[in-house]
Design a protein around this ligand. Structure first.
Ligand code: HEM
Length: 509
């Protein structure tokens, strides 16, 4: 390393560096893009896959697609069949429809993560703050969620409900025709609070800085992933930007700062319990489970010195208790544990029983899912069951329209929004299958879907329980809101009106 100030006074003036840097980045990006264009075709080069004709006057399919996505895709399916090549969303993609779509998810030679990285450069963003399991396709995160969150949802439910209820009270309160101009931000806040309590425990989730970090983190990810069209520039820009200055670093520091005293206290309490011969009542959150299983998941501890210190303190604590002769007998917590577990199970079961809310959530995913989404990059040549080949390095994107608007799969009037469409159909919102691909399917199906759906159902039922009416401020926008992409900010406010009494939510569906 050299000191820029003293170096620049001899050789290059500091201002030159400011100019040289962007030029360097510009040159590098041009080289990168040229390489990319010659290396990757984007869509499969199998000649039997038809290329959709480009409308005269257009250079890509984007304009035609965005004018009417459903019409465009329906016509393509009719003219070209289930598989066709397109220049859409700023990319070259091979569209895979209907019954063939499941093959993209079930074949391990397709990678969703690789496609996302190619479009957004997200790995540069996440990898620079990850210390362990740095392999891009490491299954560890999937395993952590699958093993620790989903089976423990009954235990997390009451705290999620509590967090969400408090947030509704605080953010929306008693709405008597109260206008909320930016409802999306409020719902983001609510979800962030609930997520923080599940991941880091109730104590840490009280820390406003941590909550802000959870919210900003989601926002930062949104920035990286981008909206709508993504092209190589977006990905390149992200790689260049986040490789150097990563906003996640700040969030990691905030989390570590907030978590360290809590971890130390927990270690202390555990040591005391062990010294007394008692069972340590482990806090129920992901942070504790990761601490307990750090070896299994191959984690490098965030603070090796802290843990060494903790181990030393625990040893001292044990020793002093032993020396003082304080050895308590083992206690049976069964009674109290069972009581609380039963309560918790009941709350989770209650949410599970909300079959209409479940159908409503699934219908929203079905209805509002982007028509072309979940691109997967082919790591090898993959032969589809119809004989067509998705060539190595090309991207297969799923034609959601062909699935979400298929009456065989979805029932009557698939173009209508019907909230109770799935009631009594054994098609729950968490069931990843060929007729519901919002969470993918197969080995890589989203492991977080149980948590995500539970939260959405909880928010939905809290809303129904508390408010008799939630109106769109500008009713002329009702249809465009229903047709907008999931997560897209509304361009109008919402008006909340409270119920005067609060009966059970389920009655109001
Ligand atoms: C509404 C919310 C969510 C949606 C729509 C969603 C959707 C998806 C989709 C489509 C995939 C890719 C499946 C594939 O590769 O074919 C995925 C993967 C994944 N999701 Fe989610 N997800 C959501 C929430 C969550 C949450 C809350 C978590 C964490 C708690 C999570 C963790 C993951 C992980 C770790 C993967 C990678 C799985 C793997 O590659 O093995 N997701 N998600």
């Amino acid at each position: 390393m050299f000191d820029v100030d003293s170096y620049s006074s001899i050789a290059i003036p500091a201002n030159m560096l400011k100019v040289a840097l962007p030029i360097g980045i510009g040159l590098a990006s041009a080289v990168y893009l040229t390489m990319k264009m010659t290396n990757h075709d984007g869509f499969s080069t199998d000649r039997s896959i038809p290329m959709v004709r480009i409308r005269s006057g257009d250079t890509t399919h984007d304009a035609e697609y965005f004018e009417n996505q459903d019409k465009f895709l329906a016509e393509c399916e009719k003219t070209y069949g289930l598989v066709f090549n397109c220049l859409v969303l700023g990319q070259k993609v091979t569209v895979v429809s209907g019954s063939l779509a499941r093959e993209i998810f079930m074949n391990q030679d397709f990678s969703f993560m690789d496609a996302i990285d190619e479009m957004t450069g997200i790995q540069a963003f996440t990898m620079s703050v990850i210390k362990s399991n740095r392999r891009a396709d490491s299954p560890v995160i999937h395993e952590i969620i699958r093993d620790n969150i989903s089976p423990n949802l009954p235990l997390f439910t009451p705290r999620i409900v509590e967090q969400l209820t408090t947030a509704v009270e605080k953010e929306l309160g008693d709405g008597d025709g109260k206008l909320v101009e930016n409802p999306l931000r409020i719902f983001q806040n609510m979800i962030a609070g609930a997520m923080a309590s599940v991941f880091m425990g109730l104590e840490v989730a009280k820390n406003q800085k941590v909550l802000d970090s959870f919210i900003d983190c989601t926002y930062d990810f949104g920035q990286v992933l981008g909206q709508g069209k993504k092209d190589s520039w977006h990905a390149f820009g992200n790689r260049a930007k986040y490789g150097v200055l990563n906003p996640l670093r700040k969030h990691v520091n905030i989390m570590v700062e907030a978590a360290t005293p809590v971890i130390l206290k927990r270690r202390q309490q555990e040591a005391e319990a062990v010294a007394k011969g008692q069972e340590y009542k482990r806090p129920m959150d992901i942070m504790q489970r990761l601490l307990d299983n750090s070896e299994k998941y191959g984690f490098i501890d965030i603070e090796d010195e802290v843990l060494a210190q903790i181990a030393k303190e625990r040893q001292q604590e044990r020793q002093s208790k032993l020396d003082a002769g304080e050895v308590a007998s083992e206690r049976d917590f069964d009674g109290t544990k069972l009581d609380s577990r039963r309560d918790l199970d009941f709350s989770a079961a209650a949410i599970k029983r909300m079959v209409r809310m479940d159908s409503f959530v699934r219908e929203i995913f079905r209805f509002r899912m982007e028509r072309l989404s979940l691109a997967h990059l082919a790591r090898k040549n993959v032969v589809l069951s119809n004989g067509m080949v998705i060539t190595k390095g090309s991207k297969a994107i799923i034609n959601m329209r062909s699935i979400n608007q298929d009456s065989e799969m979805q029932g009557e009037d698939p173009t209508e929004f019907r909230p109770w469409r799935f009631v009594g159909k054994s098609k729950s919102a968490t069931k990843a299958s060929g007729d519901f691909l919002a969470f993918g399917m197969g080995r890589h199906a989203c492991p977080g879907r149980f948590l995500a759906i539970q939260e959405l159902k909880t928010v939905g039922s809290l809303m129904v329980q508390k408010y008799s009416k939630i109106e769109i401020q500008d009713p002329s926008k009702s249809m465009s809101i229903l047709l907008s992409r999931l997560g897209q900010p509304l361009d109008t406010g919402l008006i909340f009106t409270s119920r005067t009494f609060s009966p059970s939510a389920e009655k109001y569906y």
